[in-house]
Write a protein that binds this ligand. Sequence first.
Ligand code: UDP
Length: 323
Amino acid sequence: MKILIPGGAGFIGSHLCEHFLEQGHEVTAIDNVSTGSIENISHLVNHKKFQLIVDSILNVSALEPLIQQSDHICHLAAAVGVKLIVNDPVTTIETNIRGTEIMLHYANKWRKPVLFTSTSEVYGKNTNETFSENDDMVLGATTHSRWSYACSKAIDEFLVLSYFRKRQLPATIVRLFNTVGPRQSPQYGMVLPRFVKQALEKRPITVYGDGSQTRTFTYVNDVVLAISKLIETPKAIGEVFNIGGTEQISILELATLVKEKTKSQSEIVHLSFDEAYEPGFEDMKRRVPNIEKLKTFIDFHPTISLSSIVDNVIAYFKSNALK
Ligand code: UDP
């Protein structure tokens, strides 16, 4: 199969490219290398079944022929990272909405199936113990730019589902819950690479708020396996799936775990959300997926414990000389 991966030079995209190549597929990545990087896929560039097109998905003349030549599209190109979103909401909204709009238009024109990667952020401030796919979105005011990300991804989801329902475009949506692993950059705010880098560099580990907020981290290899099984599952078409881990941890506990595992002398410090992001910033207290639907459709079970995830991320940063 020929698989097109918009966003293929990103953190998750690069792992997906690798996985599909290992499975014998042909892979084309199109990426503007903004938050992604050539380095993420440098080990793949000489692979005879891989090609990278450095361009924006907003450039129709580059994107359309790639769509036309592909058998399946895994759409990952998006602005990501809470820090980036707060700093640059215009790019977030434009990339996420216009990019997906263009991609779906041409996927529909050439009748190519699409897997769209959304986010657990769409559940927003919903206070449920766990989130199921049909749960409400509870988003904050438009004056808080954080919510532009959830809103842009929610609009994308509406668009994907509308193409499926009204134009019979084969499409599947996945909502990713705090995906982590090697190659994730600390630059755009993601907590685990930030903590690991801070600990290894003996700098203060910065916990935002009191650190009682919890997250459920998912190892990138598990996300990749789930995506690759879903695109081979015809009954997944027209469906939305949470992809996430099962081990919930508070951010303060995560900071402590990273400090212990790196044997770091770093001090754990607290910063207010206002200082860390912007005045009035709203965080979520808890974010845990219900993954029953994914289990039913593809027998998904996360394979890597949180402890091993943290070990792997530490090993990655050590072997990559703390770039
Ligand atoms: N966080 C933190 N210190 C950091 C970066 C993030 O305490 O240096 C917190 C952040 O406020 C949130 C959690 O860690 O409560 C997860 O943040 P991330 O940006 O990784 O993902 P989110 O779940 O917010 O999308």
